[in-house]
Write a protein that binds this ligand. Structure first.
Ligand code: ZN
Length: 347
């Protein structure tokens, strides 16, 4: 026990020194800009060895990847969430200490959020009109509809600093209705900080087509996006209908007619939170999602309230992976990629 404490203290000092030498890191972005400088703090500032325990950091815990389809309409249905209820979902997440992260940051274990916060990932499938709609003015000017998903997210993020607005839109060919704007919308999405994901060109059942057709479906959609948004790379795929192709390796890599693609993740339809990227059993090509609906969200909020140790809680430090010592066997040490593992116990 004594030995573990000594190791922990040494680690914390090392981490503090590293942070000081780097100056203002990305983790500082949510902290107030005023106050004493790092130099002034040096003489009496002690490393906060208890922070992981204080916030209950558990970076081997589960993360919700929320899956939305239609946004809009008068009434919530299985595959449709009203704009009003979507906004309430965001409010419920915010009030429970969640912060939005992108799908690619999740699978790359680049979860850069404050200590004590929980990450959540937003995904939208099918590129329907309610995801991104313009309102056209009489002079031909266009503004983002405040009732579409993009409009609601931007508005909510503006009113709730620190929550973020990142999300991935999984599209098929020519998304978001309003035909003439689709290319401009893809560029605008990326400019606004959203991601575009691959949902195949025509949304087929991937188990009913040949390997070559699977590659064609994935490669051609990636090509459409990458040629429309110069310099942008599509790096993840949401399976149409949640159906896997016979040859699963094609989800990660393939090529068609000289155009190759590479996905770092594939999303299932699923119905439960995903394992942490450092947890044993994490499978980046079979990521489950939670359906974005009032009842499903309530169900999982309740689950995490009753089982708080199952939830991913950040230690606020991108260079370390902090987990309760009793959860050590849940960590896949090969997935740490050079990050320091901190096993904490309550003092
Ligand atoms: Zn779909």
């Amino acid at each position: 026990m004594l030995c573990r404490r000594q190791v922990f203290a040494a680690l914390c000092i090392l981490i503090l020194l590293l942070n000081l030498s780097l100056g203002c890191t990305a983790n500082d972005k949510n902290k107030p800009v005023s106050g004493p400088s790092v130099k002034e703090e040096l003489p009496d500032k002690q490393p906060d060895m208890n922070l992981p325990a204080e916030v209950g950091a558990n970076e081997a815990g589960q993360v919700m990847i929320l899956m939305y389809h239609v946004i809009g309409g008068e009434k919530e249905q299985e595959w449709a969430q009203t704009g009003e209820n979507f906004r309430r979902d965001l409010q419920n997440l915010y009030e429970r200490g969640y912060v939005l992260i992108s799908l690619k940051d999740f699978v790359d274990n680049n979860i850069d959020i404050p200590a004590g916060k929980a990450p959540v990932v937003l995904t939208f499938d099918d590129g329907t009109a309610g995801h991104f709609r313009y309102i056209e003015g009489e002079q031909g000017e266009k503004t983002i509809d405040p009732e579409c998903a993009v409009g609601i997210l931007l508005d909510f993020a503006g009113e709730h600093p620190g929550f973020g607005h990142t999300a991935t839109f999984y599209i098929n060919d020519r998304p978001f209705g309003q035909g003439k704007y689709w290319e401009e919308k893809l560029n605008r999405l990326v400019e606004l900080g959203f991601d575009i994901g691959n949902h195949t060109l025509t949304h087929p059942r991937l188990n009913r087509i040949s390997d070559l057709q699977v590659e064609e479906e994935i490669a051609r959609l990636a090509q459409v996006v990458e040629e429309t948004v110069p310099g942008y790379q599509v790096v993840s795929l949401a399976l149409p209908f949640g159906i896997f192709p016979a040859e699963r390796e094609l989800l990660g890599k393939g090529e068609f007619a000289g155009y190759s693609y590479e996905n770092r993740a594939a999303l299932n339809v699923g119905a439960n939170p995903a394992k942490s990227p450092v947890a044993v059993g994490f499978d980046r090509y079979r990521l489950p999602r939670v359906r974005g609906s009032t009842s499903e969200l309530e169900k999982w909020f309740k689950y995490f309230e009753e089982n708080p140790k199952e939830k991913y809680i950040s230690d606020g430090n991108l260079e370390t992976v902090a987990i309760p010592a009793e959860k050590e066997e849940l960590v896949n040490k090969e997935a740490l990629s050079g990050k320091e593992l901190i096993l904490w116990t309550k003092q």
